[in-house]
Ligand binder design. Sequence first.
Ligand code: 4AD
Ligand code: MG
Length: 467
Amino acid sequence: METLKRTKIKDLLAAQPGAEVLAKGWVRTKRGNKQVKFIALNDGSTINNIQIVANAELFDEELFKRITTGASLAVRGKLVESMGSGQAVEIQATDIQVLGECDPMRFPLQKKDTTLEYLRSVAHMRLRTNTFGAVLRIRNQMAYAIHTFFNQKGFVYLHTPLITESDAEGAGDMFQVTTLDLKNIPLDKKGNVDFSKDFFGKKTSLTVSGQLEGELGATAVGEIYTFGPTFRAENSNTPRHLAEFWMIEPEMAFYDINDNMELAEEFVKFLVQWALDHCLDDLQFLNDKYDEGLIERMRSVLGIAFQRVTYTEAVEILEKAIADGVKFEYPVHWGTDFQSEHERYLVEKHFGKPVILIDFPKDIKAFYMKQNEDGRTVRGMDVLFPKIGEIIGGSEREASLEKLEQRIEELGMSRKNLEWYIDTRRYGSVPHSGFGLGFERLLLFVTGMSNIRDVIPFPRTPKNAEF
Ligand code: 4AD
Ligand code: MG
C-alpha cells in the first residue's frame, strides 16, 4: 500500500475521478448493511469527509468491527464519481488497514452532540472534532494573513522578550518568573526577598505587552509588528479573558493617531476579508452550527467606515440612554472605564457598526499615551466590535521627554527599570503610534464562538493549566 503516495482529503474531494488513490485519516462515522459499508473519513485538511465505500465481499467482518468512530485508517482504492448525494467523489476501497483502533466504550468523543463546555474538559481530544478542526484552520489562516498584511506593507517582524523586568502597562498583575527555592527564599537585611540571588539577579515576570520594546524597534527601522504570547494574571473569569493569549502589536514611527486609526481599520478589514476568501467551508459550518449571523456579521463590517467618536461624546450617548431607561449593570460617568456592556451598546444599539473610541481621560490609560492640550485626556484609541467589545487598544505615544517624565512622576512609577525606554525620547524622538490586537478576540469575531476558551487550542485561565 505504501508505494502509492497519500493524497490529502481536501485534494481528493477536488480531484477528477478515475485515479488509484491512498487516503489516511480518522473515522467519523460508519454505516451500511451486510453487502456494503460506508465510512466517512476525515484527515483535518478540510471540514469535509471523504466517503469510503467498502464492499463486504472484499473484506471480512472482523475488519469492519475494528473500524469504529475515532479509529485511524489507511485506505487504498479508486476515486469514483459518487452515486449518493452530498459529495462528488468517493473511494471504492480495495485495501483497508486499521492504523490505530479506538475503543468505542472509552473514546471521549463518541456522543454525537457534545457541548463546548464538556469538550473543554477533554481539550486534548476536542481538536479531533469538526468544530475545533474548523477553529484551528481559521486560526492558522488568520496568523498567515497577519504576516501577509504586514509584509506587504514593509513592516519588520520584531521578536520581543517574554521575560521582562518592566511592567509595560500597569495592565493587570504579572506572573512572576523565578528559580528561587520557594521553601527557602533568601531575604535581605530588611526582610524582603533578595532577588539578587534569583536567576536574573532581579525580580522578573512574564510580559503583559511587547509594546515598549516595540517602540525601540519602530524608532530604529520605522515600522514593526510583534506577534506572540502575552500573559496577564488578572483573575477575570470572563468569556473574553485568557491568562495566556496572543497579541499582535504594530508600532510605527511618524504615525499620528489618525494614521494609527486608519491602519487599524484597514488591518481588521483585511483579516475579515481573508477569512471569507480562504475559510468559507469552515465558516459555513460554524455559521450553521453555532451562530446563524456569523457570515452576515463579518460581511457587514467590510463595506462601511468605522464610527469614530470621542470618549466624552460616548459618555453623553450612554448617559442619555440611561435617562431613556436603558439598564446597565455598571455606572457610567466621565472618568470611568467602560465595561463591555457599554461598548456593546455603542456598537450594536447606537451606531450599528464598529466604533473607534478616542481621547480618553488620562487617568484610566497607560502612562505612555500622548497627552492632549486640554490637560485631561490622552490620544488613546479602542476599536470596539459587535458581540465582543474591545478588540484593539492603542494610542499615539507621548513623544516629548519632558511630558513623559512628568507623567511617570505624577503616577509615582519607578524609573529604575524604564530609563532604557525613556532614551527613545532623549535621542531622536519622533511622533509615533501603535496598537495591540488581541488574536483570540479577533478569532471570536471570525469564528462566531462565544467563549474565548474555544478559539485557542489549550486555554490558560484561573485554576486551569491542564493539557
Ligand atoms: O488594551 P491592551 O491592554 O493594550 C496593550 O497591551 C497595549 N500595549 C497595546 C499597544 O498599544 N501596543 O491590550 C490590547 C488587546 C485588547 O484590546 C484585547 O483585544 C487583548 O489585547 N487583550 C486580551 N485578550 C484576551 N485575554 C486578555 N486577558 C486580554 N487582555 C487584553
Ligand atoms: Mg485596552
